[in-house]
Write a protein that binds this ligand. Structure first.
Ligand SMILES: [Zn+2]
Length: 276
C-alpha cells in the first residue's frame, strides 16, 4: 500500500465510531458498551454522564405503563432569530432530526413501582436542554395533568438555562412553569425535582428548585450564573466544589444525592411516604 492507500485507510479509521468513552471527571477510558451498561455512569469514579431521555424513561417506569403526552408541541421561531451560526429555525429543525423528538423535554405518564405519576424528562442533547416556549408549555401541561388527576409530578432537569434565541418569551416560561407548580400545593400534590448534570440558569431559578424534595445526581453542576461571572462580580475566589451537587447538599440546597441505579426505588419510597 502506497502513501495514498495508507491515507485512505486512515480516513476510514477516523470514520469508525470510537469504542470507548472518556470520563469527563477521572479521564479514564471506558468501553462504550460498559459505559452504557452501567447507565452512562463511570465505573471508576461514579461520575454520572448524560443519559438519553428515552433510556431514563425506560429506567423509571414500570414495563408497559408509560404513555407519552403532548409530543406534538415543538419550538416556533417567533422572533425570526438569526445569529452568526445561522437561523434558530434551522437549528431546532436540525436538533429534531438529530434526536428524533420535538423539544428539549419529553412529557408522559405511567407507573413507578405501581404508583401513578406524571414526568417531564429534559434532554441536554436538544439545544442544550434549554428552556424555550414549547419546553415551558409541555412542562405546564404535564403539571396541569398532575393537578387534574391528583397524581405526583416528577421533573428531571438537565439544562443550560433559558433559550436565548427566544428572548423574553423564554424568560416568561420561568414564571409560567412556577405558577403551575404552585397550584399543586393547593391540593397537596407532591412535586419531586431531580437535578441532573448540568442544571443551570433559568431552569435552576425556576421549577428545578421548587420541588417538595429536590434530589440531585452525583457530580451534577447546579447553579444560576457561571462561576467566572460570580468571581468577577464579588471579586473573590470560589471554592473548588462550588456549584456541584455535593456542595449544594452540604449547604442545604438539595435534600439528597441519589445514584441513577437507585433512583426509581428512591422515588417510589418517597412517594409512598406522601401517600400514607
Ligand atoms: Zn470517572
Amino acid at each position: 500500500m502506497g502513501w495514498f492507500g495508507q491515507k485512505n485507510k486512515l480516513k476510514q479509521d477516523v470514520n469508525v465510531k470510537p469504542l470507548w468513552v472518556n470520563c469527563k471527571n477521572c479521564k479514564s477510558h471506558i468501553y462504550e458498551s460498559e459505559w452504557i451498561e452501567n447507565l452512562y455512569v463511570c465505573p471508576n469514579c461514579n461520575y454520572h454522564g448524560n443519559i438519553p431521555s428515552q433510556k431514563r424513561i425506560k429506567l423509571l417506569f414500570d414495563k408497559g405503563s408509560y404513555k407519552e403526552m403532548f409530543s406534538g408541541i415543538g419550538p416556533v421561531d417567533t422572533l425570526n432569530f438569526v445569529d452568526l451560526k445561522g437561523s434558530y429555525k434551522d437549528k431546532f429543525e436540525a436538533n429534531k432530526k438529530k434526536t428524533g423528538f420535538s423539544e428539549a423535554v419529553i412529557t408522559g405518564r405511567g407507573k413507578v413501582n405501581g404508583i401513578s405519576i406524571v414526568a417531564a424528562v429534559m434532554d441536554f442533547r436538544f439545544l442544550g436542554g434549554s428552556l424555550g416556549s414549547a419546553t415551558g408549555e409541555k412542562i405546564l401541561r404535564a403539571t396541569n395533568y398532575a393537578y387534574e388527576k391528583n397524581i405526583p409530578l416528577i421533573i428531571f432537569s438537565e439544562s443550560g438555562g433559558a433559550r436565548m434565541q427566544e428572548g423574553v418569551l423564554s424568560l416568561m416560561q420561568m414564571a409560567k412553569t412556577c405558577n403551575g407548580i404552585a397550584k399543586l400545593n393547593k391540593k397537596n400534590i407532591p412535586y419531586i425535582s431531580v437535578l441532573a448534570n448540568p442544571t443551570t440558569g433559568g431552569v435552576t431559578a425556576s421549577y428545578a428548585m421548587m420541588g417538595d424534595i429536590n434530589i440531585a445526581e452525583p457530580f451534577s453542576v447546579i447553579g444560576f450564573a457561571g462561576r467566572r461571572v460570580i468571581e468577577q462580580t464579588i471579586g473573590e475566589k470560589l471554592p473548588d466544589d462550588f456549584q456541584t451537587a455535593e456542595y449544594l447538599l452540604k449547604h442545604g440546597f438539595v435534600d439528597s444525592i441519589v445514584n441513577r441505579k437507585d433512583m426509581k426505588n428512591y422515588l417510589s419510597n418517597v412517594l409512598s411516604f406522601y401517600n400514607r
